[in-house]
Design a protein around this ligand. Sequence first.
Ligand code: ATP
Ligand code: MN
Ligand code: MN
Length: 299
Amino acid sequence: KAVKAEQPEAAPVAEIDVKISSRERVIFPDSGETKGDLADYYAAISPLMLPFAANRPISLVRCPQGRAKKCFFQKHDSGTFGDYVHHVPITEKDGGTEDYLYVDDAGGLLACVQMGTIEFHGWGAKAEAVEQPDRMIFDLDPDEGLDFEHCVRGAQDIRARLADLGLVSFAMLSGGKGVHVVVPLRRGESWDTHKDFSRRFAEALSLAEPDRYVATMSKAKRKGRIFIDWLRNQRGATAVLPYSARARAGAPVAVPIDWDELDDLENAHPYSIKDADTLLNRARDLRGWGFADQALPAV
Ligand code: ATP
Ligand code: MN
Ligand code: MN
């Protein structure tokens, strides 16, 4: 049975002594936000973001010249992030070992921003236990042109089906097109178990409602449907972290929301990096979001 877990204390607001260079550089040309604005957003939001972002292997979307220029997805350390960004060696499929990145404080987030990071993506496991995932995500990817309300209904369906299995879930707006349904889980199961469970869950949904959902990535099969992207739940996959900015027009952010709010939303990007104060105020109503002490049901 699912037990609501106490949300850990928000991280303390610490002095951050990371120097941000080129604060005036425009990173979001459509809306004008600069690297300084982005750094200020992350400094302000860090107490809310760190409970989700800290001590997890992360991948970064770096756009050193701004989002309209070349961006790249970075998984491994290039040796240039400084002391605030830590390393965790992880065995690769080929048997070799690579250093992945993690941060544990606001300085770490800011050190990444200094290196041109816009987006933070996280593993579904902590750095100290990379073989034991602690959350499952269903990433709803609607076909081009599908109204957002379909995505909302999809997330609500998933929530209800998870509840039938005794699992509490939470909704996050990706800051892009879709909604992520997040299922916090007690550590202990393997990646294979998480992957199998999420695949079977997505397949069951697409079998039950084939006109609305697909469980395969193929764009052709997605026509007018929502792809329930369960592949976020395999070892090595990442998902955008709560409160991460997105390298998209308007400087949107990925945000936790209450299930009650979902019906009234028109898209998955109602907040931007300008809204740190609003998001900090909302946090009171979102206490407990993303935390539950529960395990996958035995099947
Ligand atoms: P949207 O709501 O617009 O779909 P999203 O964050 O869910 O936003 P997806 O394209 O569905 O975007 O990607 C899901 C996740 O896959 C991302 O959050 C990211 O962690 C991971 N991902 C995306 N692009 C890459 C990439 N180039 N390399 C590795 N992982 C990626
Ligand atoms: Mn998605
Ligand atoms: Mn996806």
